[in-house]
Design a protein around this ligand. Structure first.
Ligand SMILES: Cc1cc2nc3c(=O)[nH]c(=O)nc-3n(C[C@H](O)[C@H](O)[C@H](O)COP(=O)(O)OP(=O)(O)OC[C@H]3O[C@@H](n4cnc5c(N)ncnc54)[C@H](O)[C@@H]3O)c2cc1C
Length: 223
């Protein structure tokens, strides 16, 4: 899953490098690009035609799961997630978090009643227990800014809400993130080296078995 508005960005090149490395392992890579898909990120009552007043988003999600009436774009991406052993969330760090389009994808696709809650529990009892997830991130700031005690603060602190509050919450085992700090400030050679490091990381990441039928969700490829 990739969330950068520019196909020629470094973040998109990083997503491509990750996808290529995973495919080279014999894994099936299913790629979602939120901008290419023109993903609608706002969770509101319009996707629940049968919503009652007052609108209660999680109650409507539960009802839509039970009735089989989830919005088609949500159902489509949810089914792809449920088929995947490894989820890669690929994005540039925006305001110390995920871009809004990705936050909205999480709001809408990590549906209560289908990914956690209802007949499911939380964390190890949630839908993605036994699956793995990893963040593939670029930043504007350099490594020193994201060191503990650095100007921004520790990168682990910013990623914790995504790791614990989103991915582990729905059952994923979270793998160490793959990060490129400040690609805009690197030399051309260093950017090539950084992409090589990303390829190397994804060549071994996780414990997926390289066989047909394994599924990995990661970034969209670009022409
Ligand atoms: C709204 C917003 C909020 C932000 N908040 C934060 C924040 O909280 N913290 C923070 O640290 N940063 C923040 N940033 C900065 C952002 O994280 C970085 O700009 C971004 O992660 C850099 O990645 P990019 O892909 O966009 O870089 P780009 O500018 O697209 O790429 C960097 C360079 O790499 C080159 N490149 C592209 N493809 C390749 C390739 N295949 N090989 C070699 N070079 C290539 C590009 O041509 C460019 O010169 C924010 C940015 C925005 C827009």
């Amino acid at each position: 899953m990739h969330a950068h508005p520019e196909p020629s960005s470094f973040s998109s090149a990083q997503a491509d490098a990750a996808a290529a490395a995973l495919a080279n392992r014999g894994l099936i890579v299913d790629r979602i690009d939120l901008h290419a898909d023109r993903w609608q990120p706002v969770l509101d009552r319009h996707e629940f035609p049968a919503a009652t007043d007052p609108f209660k988003p999680q109650a409507e999600q539960m009802r839509a799961v039970a009735a089989g009436t989830l919005a088609s774009d949500v159902r489509h991406d949810l089914d792809r997630l449920l088929a995947a052993d490894l989820l890669v969330l690929s994005f540039p760090l925006w305001w110390f978090s995920v871009p809004a389009i990705l936050k909205g994808w999480i709001d809408r696709v990590f549906v209560v009643g289908a990914t956690f809650g209802g007949d499911l529990g939380l964390f190890e009892a949630a839908a993605f227990a036994g699956r793995q997830a990893v963040l593939s991130v670029t930043t504007g700031g350099p490594p020193a800014s994201f060191a503990r005690g650095g100007a921004f603060g520790a990168i682990e602190d910013f990623l914790y809400p995504i790791h614990r509050g989103v991915l582990e919450f729905v059952g994923y085992r979270v793998l160490p993130p793959v990060l490129t700090y400040g690609p805009a400030h690197l030399t051309d050679d260093d950017r090539v080296e950084a992409l090589h490091a990303v390829s190397e990381a994804f060549a071994t990441i996780g414990d997926c078995v390289a066989r047909t039928g394994d599924m990995t969700v990661t970034a969209q490829s670009y022409p």
